[in-house]
Ligand binder design. Structure first.
Ligand SMILES: Cc1cc2nc3c(=O)[nH]c(=O)nc-3n(C[C@H](O)[C@H](O)[C@H](O)COP(=O)(O)O)c2cc1C
Length: 164
């Protein structure tokens, strides 16, 4: 099953997870990885980081993205990866889905990274935005790059096992 992993990561935790998922899935299927980058980067330090990113998420903004190559017709399955921002998914993911509505017709799995609050809400909001009742697989990790834990590898393997 041809799969695209489409993710946004400000500080590397979601990228860390995306890379691990890609490595595992490549053993059983064809995988392309797309990292979304807003034209104007969000601040990644201090108060500004939480203020501007949080505001953008709460306002459901759709920031312009740097150019990327993606053709939904090439894929059977999309795996979205996003940090939790203010208990929702990140604005670049919103822009991508708006720009590529055909992804709503695909099998969809999701992984998300957070620090401890709001992941369930964020996934519920993403399900609603994508107009799907359930994802084929879900994975929620707590800052996996910053706090490396053995159990995260097991959770990542379990998630990939559902996608084989
Ligand atoms: C703007 C902003 C808002 C955040 N809001 C939440 C939140 O509501 N709940 C939470 O648990 N973590 C929150 N976080 C923390 C991130 O979700 C968490 O550190 C995640 O692992 C970061 O992923 P990344 O390294 O791929 O950017 C927030 C971080 C930022 C920058």
């Amino acid at each position: 099953m041809k799969t695209a992993i489409v993710y946004y990561s400000l500080e590397g935790n979601t990228k860390y997870t995306a890379d691990k998922i890609a490595d595992l899935l490549k053993e059983s299927c064809e995988v392309d990885v797309l990292r979304l980058e807003p034209e104007q980067s969000y601040p990644d330090k201090g108060f500004k980081k939480f203020f501007w990113g949080g505001k953008s998420a709460v306002m459901a903004e759709t920031p312009a993205l740097k150019p990327y190559q993606f053709d939904a017709t090439q894929y059977d399955r999309i795996i979205f990866g996003t940090p939790v921002w203010a208990s929702t998914f990140t604005p670049p993911i919103r822009t991508f889905i708006d720009d590529n509505p055909a992804v709503k017709e695909k099998q969809i799995a999701v992984f998300t990274c957070f620090s401890g609050g709001g992941a369930d809400k964020a996934l519920a909001k993403l399900r609603k935005f994508l107009e799907v009742d359930a994802f084929v697989a879900e994975l929620i990790l707590v800052d996996p790059k910053v706090k490396v834990k053995e159990e995260d590898d097991a959770l990542i393997a379990e998630f990939c096992g559902k996608l084989k």
